[in-house]
Design a protein around this ligand. Structure first.
Ligand code: HPA
Ligand code: ZN
Length: 343
């Protein structure tokens, strides 16, 4: 059956969604950033919301990270971390996100003298309130900044242990090139022994081998980005047969020049190869869109079909860290939704 693009647009908007790759610090919208700077008596390099948005032009990952870390400096109190997280969750709820797995970067804050506890208590409180008030469940993923040392990551892991029950997994983010997964083997070993699941950003800007290292050395359950996997058919075969999910972030990839345009993105190829691909927003305040905007733009640029959109939504629930029963419940909700929207 042929579908009007407006039908697919409505389908995308209403689809029950899971988001698996979003950095909470990357959801800090310029308006909230300015408000926090004001109430915390900080002077920003950019005086207005407009100037901030103007600065959001990037030519690679590092040029983005410089601005992203600058933005985190506005976050000081537990309430700031609560407000940041709550603002994301409200947006996500409006976009029918039913489950979110959210990264946070404790070292971006502890490095500025903010206690680990302040950060996680603010975030956790918002996540807890979102269950009854917004009908969103969530998991928290603590990322290590890979441009810092393995020793610093290990200290962060130790600091997290009193809050272990609030954290589902550890991950690896920040500047990829020159910071291979193998640098963090011991930290990840320790994290797994403490009961954390593991994920890692790999194959965003960095080489293919970082994807293999993340799987073999860090024993990750998912690869964040992983879009460079197509350079090796054997690796693609492995990702398919082991059903290793890829958390792909289309608008991010274009903003950071991983692909020249959305039309050039390999999302559709990855889907057609049967990989467990998901669509996510990464740092929505900086990259021009949340999960719905990522899906809408990808559908338009790549001609995603109704079936593609269903698979993306289903893959996300399947790839989540929810229990088997909860996954089934969400997928049944998705199936009922698709039935009701035969358009
Ligand atoms: N890539 C790597 N590290 C990050 C990103 C990203 O897109 N966002 C925040 N930290
Ligand atoms: Zn990311």
């Amino acid at each position: 059956m042929k579908h009007q693009s407006s039908d697919l647009e409505q389908l995308i908007r209403d689809l029950p969604k899971a988001e698996l790759h979003v950095h909470i610090e990357g959801t800090l919208e310029p308006e909230l950033l300015c408000e926090m700077a004001r109430r915390n008596h900080l002077t920003l390099r950019f005086a207005t919301v407009g100037e901030l948005r103007q600065a959001y032009r990037f030519h690679n990952l590092q040029s983005f990270l410089d601005i992203y870390y600058e933005g985190t400096r506005a976050l000081l109190s537990e309430q700031d971390f609560f407000d940041l997280t709550w603002a994301y969750l409200e947006r996500a709820a409006q976009q029918h996100v039913r489950h979110a797995e959210i990264f946070f970067d404790p070292q971006a804050h502890t490095g500025r003298g903010i206690p680990f506890e302040t950060v996680i208590r603010g975030i956790h409180r918002a996540l807890e309130e979102a269950i009854p008030r917004l009908s969103i469940s969530s998991n928290l993923i603590m990322c290590f900044l890979r441009h810092l040392s393995a020793e610093a990551a290990m200290r962060t892991l130790e600091a997290s242990l009193p809050f272990k029950d609030w954290i589902a997994a550890v991950g690896l983010d920040s500047s990829e090139l020159g910071h291979p997964p193998e640098k963090f083997v011991t930290v990840f070993q320790r994290a797994r022994a403490a009961g954390y699941l593991t994920v890692a950003h790999a194959g965003e800007e960095g080489p293919l081998d970082y994807i293999r290292q993340a799987l073999d050395l860090l024993k990750v359950s998912r690869i964040d980005h992983g879009v460079r996997c197509l350079e090796d058919p054997e690796l693609v075969q492995r990702l398919a047969s082991e059903r290793i999910p890829l958390t792909v972030c289309p608008l991010s990839n274009v903003k950071l020049c991983v692909f020249k345009s959305l039309e050039d993105h390999n999302l559709k190829k990855l889907l057609d190869l049967g990989l467990c691909v998901t669509v996510n927003s990464d740092d929505p305040a900086y990259f021009g869109g949340y999960i719905t905007e990522n899906l809408l733009a990808s559908q338009k640029a790549l001609g995603l079909t109704r079936h593609d959109l269903y698979m993306l939504a289903k893959n996300a629930f399947e790839a989540s860290f929810l229990g088997a029963g909860e996954k089934q419940r969400f997928i049944a909700e998705l199936d009922r939704f698709m039935q009701a929207h035969l358009g």
